[in-house]
Ligand binder design. Sequence first.
Ligand SMILES: Nc1ncnc2c1ncn2[C@@H]1O[C@H](COP(=O)(O)OP(=O)(O)OP(=O)(O)O)[C@@H](O)[C@H]1O
Length: 330
Amino acid sequence: MGDEAFIEVDGVEKFFDVRRRAGLLRRERHRVRAVDTLSFTVPRGEMVGYIGPNGAGKSTTIKMLTGILTPSAGRIRVAGIEPARERSRLAHRIGVVFGQRTTLWWDLPLIDSYRLMCRMYRIEERRYAENLDRCVELLELGGLLETPVRQLSLGQRMRGDIAAALLHDPEVLYLDEPTIGLDVVSKVKVRGFLRDLNRDRGTTVLLTTHDLTDIEQLCRRVMVIDHGRIVYDGELKGLHAVGDGAAAERTLVVDLERELPPLEVESARVVKVEGARQWLAFPAGQSAAPLVARIAERYPLADLSVREPDIESVIARMYARDPSAVTSRP
Ligand SMILES: Nc1ncnc2c1ncn2[C@@H]1O[C@H](COP(=O)(O)OP(=O)(O)OP(=O)(O)O)[C@@H](O)[C@H]1O
């Protein structure tokens, strides 16, 4: 196998047979198609965004790539291994982080979880010590190693989980919503760490997220999945173009010292007013700083924050504008 296809997904389908109520006593069998003829490849060392609306099939894809789920049809290879068949052999070569749940032992100090993983994965002592030192330093975990996981903040726990996924030096890292619920500072730390990991160690990364900034800052390539199929595969800026420039709007949320009529500011428009709070949409490509300066000059400003466009709205507009414009990479 050449490096051209380090992750290889070819015509993969996954359906679930579920039973649902169809009347008082009757239950009907019903087939949910979670992934529908999915095909893509990821070369070694690439960091790819994998995005799509809720229920599109992202988690199902990741579960099949780790071997937790077996495809109903089609072929998957990761580092030359068929995940569902050789799940434990593959486990030595991949790392997984699910943002919504932890792989750490809740009641144990962080370091104990790491020691357990070292034994479970039979990681060689020296390699373990090196990887741990590097993660502790770069993810700033030094002061947290003796803390039980349940006492960690969400951002600390996430950094702890990322370290756990990297102790055995995986060649591939799957990240499912790694920045979900994190504050801005934690997001910046996590993104910086992932960028360096990919650059310095050549780790192949597949990143699922609802936060477009994660993609913007980390991935040149993005794949969009909807209804279990890839509907776009290419550069992020191409996605913005398909989704119409207006889709890529950010929102400035302004708290004024008192209620005022909608603000009038160049290159932004008020989209909502609620008491002394106003929401102003402005082009995502534009820096917020001059806009903030213009508002501060003319209006009594108490506080403000910037909201990034979310993936759902970009995709929704992409469809609203012209569904046929949504293309796949050749
Ligand atoms: N074990 C299961 N049994 C039945 N249906 C399932 C199962 N797992 C997933 N599905 C269904 O398959 C579809 C795809 O789900 P999946 O979790 O992969 O989506 P997702 O893109 O990860 O969504 P989200 O962004 O909400 O996490 C959904 O319709 C979901 O309800």
